[in-house]
Ligand binder design. Structure first.
Ligand code: FCB
Length: 467
């Protein structure tokens, strides 16, 4: 790792990201309905230490302070998500105007600060009322997403600069519907694929609705990473291939090519799948990749008792693949392997796989949890987070130098926040949050990112100042 930061083109977009349930709190305010995460967090034993997003970082009340932090950071864009149950408490019909007003104010605040709002419509917080009706296992939910997209698009479309109907449908499918470690907590195994299909259909319908509402610059934030076979053995290669298809191409191929990666997969799904795929494959202005870590896959063990550990959950027995731990000591405090080259590789793989069909890419999330110390004299030293982002940016730059059209990088996250089932212990923020006082303290990584952005604006090469 070098001490020097990579240099991107002057128009490269520097951003930060967050999501409604992870930062907003105020779950019972101004007519907000319940979401599946409110319900899930209420179940004993599913979220670490029984934590919930009830208060989170209290962004709902402190958004002005948070936007000011972003303005001082100098970012060009902020990727936020709108909470669907704030806008439509039951996920259908009547608009909850006070809920929508919050986003109106937030977007105005961002525009006044010179920050482009990049809006995700569904970052996993489905209205509970829709879940009671089957959630993403029900085809109707896709149409509901389109209605909600229309409402938000009409109200905010004049100021929002980037749109993403969905965040990481793969994680919502796998963790929420196949393994049950995220809301809504279903353990359906391969049965979860129907929820994937309906999310993808919802994406296509929502893109249509946004465009009809006059919105521009629409993409997706989709989680992707290289999948490696554990050995040269044929069985491991085959297992890795199956897994790769499931977690990467089941989600990208429909959006970018209008097909599922295998005919078997399409055949396993209910509904007019071929027709649906035409809807899913709306032309996009860009495609967003969220990258965290590659996966290593082996063939199932002779006596498969369920692979453990590396997906943070016990997997059911009988799967045609087995995730194994990556052989590296370099891990975040969350235990996720640190592999910057994986970002370069997945971006190159997209360019190779889709060629001319690939729109410009953005890295819509990249980040690391370290268990940072509490601030001392207004300072939080987090050198490893600086190293993490610097190394990932170097890797990304290599792909750009190869000719891949990557237009920006969004750090996950601007603030420490509620990391889903892992609760508050995992800290991804550039800004430290004291969860007792809700005080914000910019970490060293914040200052580093600010200097990096400033250097690009003035066209200078930067050597990090506080690292
Ligand atoms: C991604 C999610 C995001 C955050 C990061 C760490 O999978 O999109 O909300 O939890 O992981």
């Amino acid at each position: 790792m070098t001490a020097t930061d990579p240099v991107f083109e002057p128009d490269f977009l520097w951003g930060v990201a967050a999501a409604a349930y992870q930062i907003e709190g105020a779950v019972e305010e101004d007519g907000r309905g319940r979401s599946i995460w409110d319900e899930f967090c209420g179940r004993p034993g599913v979220v670490a230490r029984g934590e919930t997003g009830d208060v989170a970082t209290d962004h709902y009340h402190r958004y002005r302070e948070d936007v000011a932090l972003m303005r001082d950071l100098g970012v060009g864009a902020y990727r936020l998500s709108v909470s669907w149950p704030r806008v439509q408490p039951t996920g259908r019909g009547v608009i909850n105007e006070p809920g929508l007003d919050f986003y109106d104010r937030l977007i105005d605040e961002l525009c006044a600060a010179g920050i482009a709002p990049a809006v995700t419509l569904f970052h996993w917080d489905l209205p509970q009322a829709l879940q009671d009706n089957g959630g993403w296992l029900e085809r109707d939910t896709a149409a509901r997403l389109a209605d909600y997209a229309d409402i938000v698009g009409r109200r905010l479309g004049d100021r929002v600069r980037m749109w993403m109907p969905l965040n990481e449908p793969v994680v919502h499918t796998l963790y929420g519907h196949a393994l049950g470690v995220h809301a809504p907590g279903y353990q359906l195994g391969f049965g979860a694929l129907q929820a994937a299909h309906h999310q993808l259909l919802g994406h296509g319908l929502a893109v249509q609705a946004l465009r009809a509402a006059g919105c521009e610059n629409i993409g997706i934030a989709s989680n992707h990473a290289p999948v490696h076979a554990a050995s040269d053995a044929r069985e491991d290669a085959l297992a890795a291939d199956i897994y790769d298809h499931l977690v990467n191409w089941t989600f990208a191929d429909p959006v970018l090519r209008g097909t599922y990666p295998t005919p078997e997969l399409a055949a396993a799904l209910a509904g007019p799948v071929d027709e649906d795929l035409k809807t899913v494959a709306q032309p996009l202005d860009w495609f967003g990749i969220n990258y965290y870590e590659p996966t290593v896959i082996a063939a199932p063990a002779a006596r498969d008792e369920g692979a453990s550990g590396v997906l943070e959950v016990e997997l059911p027995p009988g799967l045609p693949f087995r995730p194994v731990a990556l052989d590296t000591p370099d891990r975040t405090d969350f235990g996720w392997p640190i592999v910057p080259a994986g970002l370069r590789d997945i971006v190159r793989t997209f360019a190779d796989r889709y060629g001319e069909m690939l729109p410009p890419l953005y890295i819509t999330e990249s980040g690391a949890s370290f268990h940072d110390p509490d601030p001392v004299d207004g300072r939080v030293p987090d050198r490893r987070r600086i190293d993490y982002h610097r190394a990932h940016l170097h890797a990304l730059k290599q792909a750009v130098d190869d000719g891949v059209d990557v237009r920006g990088y969004f750090v996950w996250s601007i603030l420490d926040n509620f990391e889903w089932a892992a609760g508050y212990r995992e800290r991804f923020g550039l800004v430290h949050v004291d969860y007792r006082t809700l005080e914000r303290t910019p970490k060293d990584s914040y200052h580093w990112y600010r200097d990096l952005i400033a250097a690009h604006r003035t066209g200078q090469t930067v050597t990090a100042s506080r690292s």
